[in-house]
Design a protein around this ligand. Structure first.
Ligand code: PMP
Length: 403
């Protein structure tokens, strides 16, 4: 992999902040975008733009073709059986809300249970909690060990006859833990319970195959995988999506409307009310093209090497405390150094041009489990280099000397 050549595809990586070269290590929050993704947005606005699905005219048909080709690109990317299983949303958060709302309405009642894990992002906790308030359902939480690995024995014990769905992240956005989703899905299915995978932090980094995982639902955001903001995906097995009621009402999601009775459109349009971000979906397809051109295996290998290097170098820093030591881990490292507040460390690193995340990372229950208020998080993407890891380490050393 020629990293320098790859970096040239991302114009922002050559900018400076505070007169220092940008070292962008906040990829877990959002990745930067290659030129071909941004160009596709501009080109489509300039030369194709028209509303999709309901126009007889040339541009509308061309825009529709692009939009639906993007659905096919997503289908292939996660190996879904059909495009009817790919619902476009605004992002992971909206995908989870859609599922919690529709699934909850159809299949859950007072006293029913959803299993989540202690390392979930708020967007895979709060939608279920809203349902808890509305419908009286209960959340059950899979605990973890001190290395940040879910306790599978405890997971099995959480199932009761009231368990209706399991919803767990594939990769923790704080600990980097890669959860054994395939095995966890198997356990859920043995109890006749469907499984939703939060793949926000996995699809940018590894090959994800919904059929291999046997996931019933899987959600992710384009902006964390080199695509544009405002677009996301809800994958659902057709037999499940067929049985779920619509989430929002409006144009596009209907077949026929009268004041007496409205019938809904076929899948996946039943879940896509209103004008979709058809320009953004083209951008997502371009991001998938980009990742495929580099190669998912090569991306995974590069990031794994980089993470191993970063772990080794960071561990050598005195007073370093790392959070997350799972055997299977992704390109995310959370840490604290001595008594330095995470916010101070992040702010001072920023002054050196190094962008990291600080705070609770939208995972406050996990912070409680770790016994901290927040951490500093460095998260890598395919364009990061060992030199950038060296810059991070040198930056931390410098801040340490100041305290
Ligand atoms: N789940 C996980 C694991 C995440 O890391 C994030 C983003 N930090 C989300 C869900 C939410 O994604 P979005 O903000 O794009 O909806």
């Amino acid at each position: 992999m020629d990293i320098q050549k790859i970096r040239e595809d991302f114009p922002i990586l050559s900018r400076t902040v505070y007169g220092k070269p940008l070292v962008y290590l906040d990829n877990g929050a959002t990745t930067q975008k290659p030129r071909m993704v941004v160009d596709s947005l501009v080109n489509e606005y300039y030369s194709v733009n028209a509303n999709v699905h309901r126009g007889v005219h040339y541009l509308s048909q061309q825009a529709t073709e692009l939009h639906e080709a993007s659905r096919e690109a997503v289908r292939r990317f996660i190996n879904a059986r059909g495009v009817s299983e790919i619902v476009f949303t605004r992002g992971t958060t909206e995908s989870v809300n859609l599922l919690a709302s529709s699934f909850g309405e159809e299949f859950m009642g007072e006293g029913d249970e959803v299993i989540v894990s202690v390392m979930e992002h708020h967007s895979n906790i709060v939608p279920w909690q809203l349902l808890a308030t509305r419908k009286g359902i209960r959340l059950k939480v899979i605990p973890m060990n001190d290395r940040g690995e879910l306790l599978l024995d405890e997971y099995e014990k959480l199932f009761t006859e009231r368990t209706k769905i399991v919803s767990v992240t594939q990769v923790s956005n704080v600990l980097g833990t890669v959860n054994p989703i395939k095995e966890m899905v198997r356990v859920a299915h043995a109890h006749n319970v469907p499984f939703m995978v939060d793949a926000a932090q996995s699809v940018p980094h590894m090959k994800v195959d919904v059929q291999e995982l046997d996931a019933d639902f899987l959600v992710f955001s384009a902006h964390k995988m080199y695509g544009p903001t405002g677009v996301g995906v809800l994958y659902g097995k057709e037999e499940w999506l067929d049985r779920l009621p619509p989430y929002q009402g409006g144009g596009e999601m209907i077949q026929h409307v009268s004041f007496e009775k409205t019938t809904f459109n076929e899948l996946p349009f039943k879940f896509e009310a209103g004008t979709p971000d058809y320009i953004g979906t083209t951008g997502l397809a371009k991001a998938i093209d980009y990742m495929n051109a580099v190669g998912m295996e090569r991306i995974a290998a590069h990031e794994s090497e980089l993470t191993a290097y970063a772990l080794e170098r960071l561990r050598a820093i005195p007073d370093m405390r790392m959070f997350g030591e799972a055997a299977e881990r992704g390109a995310v490292i959370s840490f604290l150094v001595g008594n330095i507040h995470h916010f101070d460390l992040g702010t001072l690193l920023d002054r050196l041009g190094i962008a990291v995340r600080t705070g609770h990372h939208c995972a406050q229950p996990l912070m409680q489990r770790l016994g901290v208020e927040g951490t500093v998080r460095a998260s890598f993407a395919l364009y990061n280099t060992k030199e950038e890891v060296d810059a991070l380490v040198a930056g931390i050393e410098r801040v340490r000397r100041m305290f």
